[in-house]
Each structure stands twice: as C-alpha cells, then as structure tokens.
Design a binder for this molecule. Sequence first.
Ligand code: GLN
Length: 303
Amino acid sequence: MKKLLAMLLALAMILSLAACGGSGSSAKTEPTEAPVEAEPEAEPTEAPVEAEPEAEPEAEPEAEAAGYTTVEEGKLIMSTNAAFPPYEMVADGEGAYNGFEGIDVEIAVALADKLGLELVIDDMDFDSALVAVQNGKSDMVLAGLTYNEERDKVMDFSTSYATGQQVVIVPDGSDIETMDDLANDKMIGVQRGTTGEMYAADTPENGGYGEDHVLAYDNGALAVQAMLNGQVDAVIIDNGPAQEYVKANAGLHLLDGDWVLENYCLAVDEGNTQLLEALNSALEEMIADGTVQSIIDKYIAAE
Ligand code: GLN
C-alpha cells in the first residue's frame, strides 16, 4: 500500500520533471530541493542575458545516473540520536562504525554500501534528527523512528524494517502497577519529541495523562536517571531501550501490558523520492535476504 503510494509519487515526480524539463522552468515543483535537476544539455553554452543563479551548480553525472543526489556528494548522512540502545549507541569497540554501533547503524552501513556511498553518522537529540533531514542537513533519519501520520506530512518514510512498542518502566516497589495507575497524579518522564511523549502528554480523553504530568528529557537515559533520582514516577519509552535500561540499572521493572505495535522506518525529506526509492530497494533486498533480521538478532537475543 505504502509501496504503491511511493511508486505513484515517484511516477508523479518523473512526470512532473518530464513536463518541466523542456520549458526550462521548474517553478511548479515544490520548494524542496528536487533531487534530480541537472540539465546538462539545457542551455546552448553562452546563455544570453538571464543570469539565473538558481540552477544548482553541483549537477554531477553519477548522481544523475543514480537518479538521486545527497547532501554531500558521495556521502550518505544519517541523523540520529545515539542514546537509543540497541538501535544506536556510542561505542568504540570492535565492530563499531566511526564510534557508533547498533541495529540502525549496521543497517545504515549496509545501505550505504549498497548505494556506493560513504556513511556519515550525525549524532544529535532525537527531535533535532528529525529536523535535520527536513532542513537538508542530513539525507535520512534512522533512529528507531516510528511511522505516524503527523510525521508523514513532513517526511517520506521507507518500508518498515522493525517494530517497537511504548512500554512503562517503574522502580521496584512503586505503587504503579498498571497503566491506569499512571493517571493517579503521577509524573512521567519521556524523551523529547518521541511517540512516547505524544502518548503520555495527550489528553486523558485520548488515553494520555495530560502534558502537566509529563517531563521531557533530551534522551531516554536522562529520563531514566530522573526516575532513579525520584524526579519522575515512571518512564514511557520504546521497549528496546527500556529492556536495556532495566538490565543496566538494578531496581527497575517494566509494567505488563498489551502495547500497541509501532513500525520503525527510515525517513527522508518530504519529496526526496529518488533517494527514498534507492534506499527502499536496498532496504527491501536486505529484508528479503534475511540481513535485517540477522542484524536485529545480533542485538536482541530471543529471551
Ligand atoms: N520510536 C520513538 C519515536 O519514533 C522513539 C525513537 C527514539 O527515541 N529514537 O518517536
């Protein structure tokens, strides 16, 4: 379904580019930096008067042949928040890539490899990682990123490569035994800009606890630390990092629950269709041949 939509979008883009190609005007396409431009045979060398500095100078033939351009030629810049184990974390051990490791990191290494690009990992707060891709500072965000409709308005999402769930961590001995207990005037720690924050801060009518009951931190580790310090009563976060935090800190446990499944996808800027297509076909190959599953299995033991 999403694939079909992506294909239709790609087709629409090709058609609109084809339609614009001859006229020399691309004013009708959106203000996104259209990934394809590069019109080598456009102007008959000594262009008359109309000094048009708007045409992008970096029309490199390889990128054109591949059908997409990246922020920096030859590189694939991934914005992420490397405090999200086991998907991305800072690491310097064997197998780390430029100081990072994790499921997303290994997927990104393999994607870049398939595309013949050099992977660059740009580590920042999660909310900034989403903004970076929209501002043309990164090519993709790969960050345990959950698909949702709101985000889909400003970014284009790949096929899903993994699933996650929002879960609740509480200290042992807490009187919070179920999700409903969170409504008893509790303070909930979350990571800023995440789906966990969205759910928690939503109104009680919508199943949330209200924003007055939510404290947002720069990353999950800080939210967990705040709970250990008694500043919040619980933390709502994705199950992957939640398991890691519970393992790493004595005296914490997860609430039982029937949590909603979320789909993790990578995302590119809205309208960056050619790059998405290239990433998607590489990703889909890696899903089909078992590469993605073996990367996930390496980090998440079947427990
Ligand atoms: N899956 C959550 C989201 O997309 C959290 C991701 C993260 O913190 N890296 O909002």
